[in-house]
Write a protein that binds this ligand. Sequence first.
Ligand code: RTP
Ligand code: MG
Length: 139
Amino acid sequence: MVTNRTFTMLKPDAVEAGHIGAILEKINGAGFRIVSMEMTQLSRKDAQKFYEVHSERPFYGELVDYMSSGPIVAAILEKDNAVADFRTLIGATNPAEAAEGTIRKLYATSIAANAIHGSDSDENAEIEGSFFFAKRAQY
Ligand code: RTP
Ligand code: MG
């Protein structure tokens, strides 16, 4: 049985709206094990680095402002087929297009303030998890 990992962040809108508990229940209920977790706030520099891949996109400035605007919850999650299954659980980037029952359909307010991040590949899951948790133990 292959077990692997993905990385998530509950974004500032979801934390501010008090949805941490409900979202973590959805994540656990879908069979993900929380391996590491931290509530913190990104500096502008952290947000720029985390989303560097989007630095040429028109929404980059808005994304950096938003992601550094308040506390977030970062976590490493473990499950078979973690990356793909987690992307299914969170739903489409734009909540207006997200499937019923997905975290973004339930909790996102806009394409920018879309409640939650999920890694898009095994390679990025590793890079993003290390960005937050490299210096500490991963259980
Ligand atoms: P994420 O990386 O956060 O999991 O989201 P994603 O893969 O579904 O979407 P991606 O294309 O990687 O975009 C990253 C984040 O940028 C914001 N965004 N804003 N205003 C816009 O048109 C726009 N497009 C994307 C969203 O917060 C998106 O999650
Ligand atoms: Mg992405």
